[in-house]
Design a protein around this ligand. Structure first.
Ligand SMILES: Nc1ncnc2c1ncn2[C@@H]1O[C@H](COP(=O)(O)OP(=O)(O)OP(=O)(O)O)[C@@H](O)[C@H]1O
Ligand SMILES: [Mg+2]
Length: 314
């Protein structure tokens, strides 16, 4: 779907992106991480040609981005940035309807689409349609930014620290929404973040960059378990990596069937992460948990040994 083939971009004497090659299949959520100034935003902006590349090729569906009409390309690709980029003198509804209007959709279709997106992102139309950006909280404004990017149903979304500057609860809620949206709508998403927990929670593929190059890429678990070097290891959380791995794995994957032993009182949901299970053990001073389903029925059990993946067991 999106292919970067030895792409280079210089600013004066400085090389912001150096011979970067990356293939992002359709429907994948690819997260770029790396220290400040390593070329993440430049990489995103070369995909929708807000910045032109100097060398190499960037292709979307096999066609070079250089060959696309710039305006059409940008309408086909949703773009969300941290500061949202909303027009301050336009209402929420007008902001969201921007690209459909540019694409000359009939008025009723634009209105219906705006309502649909507001519902999707949990922004009640009655309350929010007529508000102006300065009347919104940061989280609401970011939702409007995401709605606007999705308005013309683009196949590709580029998201540059879209949830930065949000409180952890709103941020997590938006992460869950984004995953759900992606599962339902099969968008191809390139997402930049400085928050490693966010990166690990969202990524199908994680790309670690340094000084304009890719140091390592792969599934989050692969990188956590086998970082290519010390830089990747420390990017992924250093000594905290084990807990980050536990935050990706689910209780259901590690639990054992119910044994004839008395079931412990402390319990954890089967869809909880191993990290959450560990927290429950810690809080309850228990080294064994009952695993329950939605109906609070015990479906298995989880020991500390089993949780940490020890093979010597039960
Ligand atoms: N328009 C520009 N003119 C000159 N230099 C630029 C320009 N845009 C980016 N750069 C330089 O290119 C390098 C990469 O910048 P980029 O914005 O891609 O980094 P980043 O990885 O997104 O960083 P951050 O995490 O801080 O957002 C930086 O050294 C930056 O100074
Ligand atoms: Mg940036």
């Amino acid at each position: 779907m999106i292919e970067l083939d030895r792409v280079t971009r210089r600013f004066g004497a400085e090389t912001a992106v150096a011979e970067l090659s990356l293939r992002i299949p359709r429907g994948e959520l690819c997260v770029l991480v790396g220290t400040s100034g390593c070329g993440k935003s430049t990489t995103l902006r070369m995909i929708n040609r807000l910045i032109e590349h100097d060398q190499g090729q960037i292709r979307i569906d096999g066609r070079q981005v250089r060959e696309f009409d710039e305006q059409l390309l940008r309408r086909r690709i949703g773009y969300v940035i941290q500061s949202t980029g909303l027009f301050p003198h336009w209402t929420v509804a007008r902001n969201i309807g921007l690209v459909p209007r540019l694409l000359k959709w009939p008025r009723e279709r634009v209105a219906a689409r705006v309502e649909e997106l507001m519902a999707l992102l949990g922004l009640p139309v009655d309350t929010f349609a007529g508000k102006y950006p300065h009347q919104l909280s940061g989280g609401q404004a970011q939702r409007v930014g995401v709605a606007r990017a999705l308005a013309a149903d683009p196949d590709i979304l580029l998201m540059d620290e879209p949830f930065g500057a949000l409180d952890p609860i709103t941020r997590e809620a938006l992460q869950v929404e984004l995953r759900a949206l992606q599962a339902r709508l099969h968008k191809t998403i390139v997402f930049v973040t400085h928050d490693m927990d966010e990166a690990l929670a969202l990524a199908d593929r994680l790309v670690v960059m340094r000084a304009g190059r890719i140091v390592q890429q792969g599934a989050p678990l692969e990188l956590l378990r086998e970082p290519a070097d010390d830089f990747v290891a420390s990017m992924l959380g250093g000594d905290d990596r084990g807990l980050k791995e536990a935050a990706i794995l689910r209780v259901a994957e590690r639990m054992l069937p119910l044994s004839p032993r008395l079931l412990p009182r402390a319990r954890v949901h089967r869809d909880a992460t191993l990290r959450q299970a560990l927290a429950v053990m810690f809080r309850e001073h228990a080294d064994r948990l009952a695993v329950v389903d939605d109906a609070d029925m015990a479906v298995g059990e989880l020991s500390l040994r089993r949780l940490v993946g020890s093979r010597r067991d039960e």
